[in-house]
Design a protein around this ligand. Sequence first.
Ligand SMILES: [Zn+2]
Length: 191
Amino acid sequence: MRAGFPDFRLGNVLATSFTATLTERHGDAVERIPTPQRLVDWLAVYGLAVDSCTTAQLELARELRESIDVAATAAALQEALPASAVHVINGCSAQGRAAAILTPEGKRQWQLSSASRVEDALGVIAADAIEIIAGERDGKLALCASPTCRAAFFDASQSRTRKWCDMNTCGNRQKKARFHASRRKHSGSAE
Ligand SMILES: [Zn+2]
């Protein structure tokens, strides 16, 4: 962990973990990849290690991120997908030249075409977004119940009734708020 930067919100789904590098979009937004190096750090966590990243590549990454968020939100609401978002996602997917590699241990790894090809990594993320938005994976897109978050997340729970993008943050905060609200009601105190 690098000191001085907001930590990452790591989830199981690549595309929505990537959109979670900006949180509280409807409140006080927190940018979790504020510098190119932080994008390098984030990609490494997801097995998409690159050795460098330019400011332009970071901007492209953020453009893809916001496009995925917009398209996934529309999909969760069962609305038409905004054409501009679809265009960016498709462009990133088409530009990527990462190859899926099977390790001797039977695990999948991504091999980028060169060590500085952030575009390859973004292509893998875009393809992941396409899969979940197109409904190719078991689960469904939903919006976080927290009014300051409203992040699109992928609900792969058996009952498909997940309410929050992240239990440890949004879920916890809502629970605490409800707890305090009910205490206020019972005690009659104005605090
Ligand atoms: Zn949330």
